[in-house]
Write a protein that binds this ligand. Structure first.
Ligand code: GDP
Ligand code: GDP
Length: 455
């Protein structure tokens, strides 16, 4: 059974796929050099390995889509970092904690050739406290004669130790069978949300609007977990931030903190990075410096998020600096530059003092509910019938285009397809969108309407 082939994750791009078929998230943890990376690469296949082996390359995500024996799951790679010698214990602690937060189940890797160590035992204590199901992999058991190496690991109290050779693939199939079984039996309703369920947020805005400051303000003590990891050769680029008891996955926080965008000539790079973050996100927090005039670059970032169809919350930062003059300037701009996003919720806050930052999570939640919302076809058509009766399309060349039927083709963001007897004017589409929003909400989410003409 060992020659069953390990199938590489199909999707090297965005992790969202949205299939809903994934059974959960498995994290691979263990101290350095036990073979975590080798194991992850074996499970994922060659393509991921190429990425991992490139020195200095920042990983663009913390989890990978994987498949084994027809089951899709996510694999969280905590390997690949190099802890400095004195920081090793705390680094391992952080790593295990992060992994545990991320995962539904854990594969804990130990080194059969070295045997059990104190660090192994410390990790076990942490894993046990977290209450996630753990499957124990004793790596570097390269042949059947070495199976005896697994025996001493029964003492860890984690159940059967699976002797494997990540390098040669030996025993990896059985290990995955066991890990996936543990995943299926895990109590997924207890504990916190996992990345497959965490909503993904991109914090975007031109340089100096206060992204980094807001991130610091929101992260509070959560940040400390990540700090210990940040000094490693590969930064974790995403960060989990708790707001009002809910966890959110903030995308590419390393990019925000690193501030490469402040170097001269880096604008192009910065805009690419923004685009990449937006593409991976479900919701964009678009930040502005309310105390300054709104710049073209501000509006450009906002358009990137809107055009990508993301849920949006507009954040006007540095409110502690506002005076009457800047307040009036902003209100004028709000009526003009922002009229394409009047549906977005606006939060005025101060990242510096923390004022009103507690209003963010409600706004984010509302926006994502809108983004996910589906209007039943019957309801939609009854509504369109009513508004069409009250306010028919203007006559065009003696003819009156009529709406025949409409359906919501998709969510995230909501997309509507309207079948009509003729072309619907821009003004009438705007009218439909306004009415649709008035009836059904959709605050914080773009709504797309396309019209198909049926003669
Ligand atoms: P990590 O730090 O836990 O990610 O460990 P790596 O995957 O980088 O592996 C550490 C070292 O162990 C490398 O030199 C690997 O080649 C070696 N290694 C990994 N898996 C095996 C295995 O199954 N058998 C043997 N003999 N060596 C292995
Ligand atoms: P980023 O480039 O978007 O990450 O912006 P930073 O977070 O680095 O902030 C740029 C500058 O604005 C820094 O000097 C911050 O201290 C300052 N700043 C950020 N938020 C606020 C705020 O709410 N009020 C005030 N007065 N200053 C702020």
């Amino acid at each position: 059974e060992e020659d069953r082939e390990l199938i590489a994750g199909e999707d090297e791009g965005d992790a969202d796929a949205g299939s809903g078929k994934q059974v959960g998230v498995i994290a691979v943890v263990g101290r350095p050099n036990v073979g975590k990376s080798t194991l992850v690469n074996r499970i994922l296949g060659r393509r991921a390995a190429v990425v991992e082996d490139t020195p200095g390359v920042t990983r663009d995500r913390v989890s990978y889509d994987a498949e084994w024996a027809g089951t899709d799951f996510k694999l969280v790679d905590t390997g690949g970092w190099e802890a400095d010698v004195e920081g090793i214990a705390s680094a391992i602690a952080s790593q295990a904690q992060v992994a545990v937060r991320l995962a539904d189940a854990v594969i804990f890797v130990v080194d059969g050739q070295i045997g059990m160590t104190d660090t192994d035992e410390r990790i076990v204590n942490m894993l046990r406290a977290a209450g996630k199901p753990v499957t124990l992999a004793v790596n570097k058991v390269d042949d059947a004669q070495s199976e005896y190496l697994t025996a001493e690991f029964w003492k860890l109290g984690l159940g059967e130790p699976y002797g494997i050779s990540a390098m040669h693939g030996r025993g990896v199939g059985e290990l995955l069978d066991a890990a996936l079984d543990s995943l299926k039996s895990a109590d997924r309703t207890s504990g916190f949300l996992t990345p497959s369920h965490l909503r993904r947020v991109a914090l975007v805005g031109r340089p100096n609007v206060g992204k980094s400051s807001l991130l610091n303000q929101l992260a509070h003590e959560e940040r400390s977990v990540v700090n210990d990891l940040a000094g490693t050769t590969r930064d974790p680029v995403d960060e989990i931030i708790s707001m009002d008891g809910q966890d959110w996955l903030f995308i590419d926080t390393a990019g925000i903190k690193r501030r490469q965008h402040k170097l001269s000539g880096a604008e192009y790079y910065s805009s690419l990075r923004t685009q990449a973050a937006i593409e991976r996100a479900e919701l964009a927090l678009v930040l502005f410096d309310a105390s300054q005039p709104i710049a073209d670059q501000d509006l450009k970032v906002m358009s990137q998020a809107v055009d990508a169809g993301r849920a949006i919350v507009l954040v006007f930062n540095k409110w502690d600096l506002m005076d009457e003059f800047s307040r009036q300037r902003l209100e004028r701009l709000w009526a003009t530059e922002f009229n394409r996003v009047t549906w977005a919720e606006r939060v005025n806050l101060s990242a510096k003092t923390g004022w009103h930052t507690n209003r963010l999570s409600r706004a984010m939640q509302t926006a994502l509910e809108s983004w996910d919302k589906r209007i039943p076809t019957g309801k939609l058509n009854a509504f369109l019938g009513r508004i069409q009766a009250a306010h028919p399309h203007p006559l065009r060349g003696g003819k009156q285009p009529r709406i025949l039927f409409a359906t919501q083709a998709s969510t995230r963001p909501p997309r509507f397809v309207i079948f009509a007897t003729g072309f619907l004017e821009h003004g009438y589409r705007r009218y439909l969108e306004r009415q649709l929003r008035e009836e059904f909400g959709f605050e914080g989410s773009p709504v797309q309407i396309s019209v198909k003409v049926r003669e």
